[in-house]
Write a protein of this length. Structure first.
Length: 107
């Protein structure tokens, strides 16, 4: 009886582990591909939680005039590598480029 319960527990754990790995890979691949969303839509989905919908800052810094301080390439590097409490890679690939170009226009 103990062997049967152990086999069931191990099998269930394996199913959950495989399922979680599959979901992780799916989310990683979707982050790397470019979305059809506009830069502002991507920003609102990924950045507004810390920087506010109007770019005024919340827990993250105010970005309303970030383009006066950094160009698009600098902003893209910050998005890719993170800064301070900001995690790296929140937006990746073409989406990061779209958002950095859009933010660079805010002077």
């Amino acid at each position: 009886m103990k062997k049967k319960l152990l086999a069931i527990a191990l099998g269930t754990t394996l199913v959950f582990a495989v399922g979680a790995c599959g979901k992780k890979e799916d989310s990683k691949s979707s982050n790397q591909s470019a979305s059809t969303d506009s830069a502002e839509q991507i920003y609102k989905k990924s950045c507004a939680g810390c920087h506010a919908n109007d770019l005024s800052g919340a827990t993250g810094p105010d970005l309303r005039t970030v383009g006066g301080k950094y160009d698009a390439a600098d902003i893209e590097k910050i998005i890719e590598k993170g800064r301070g409490m900001m995690s790296p890679g929140i937006i990746q690939g073409e989406d990061a480029k779209k958002v950095s170009e859009w933010l660079a226009e805010h002077k």
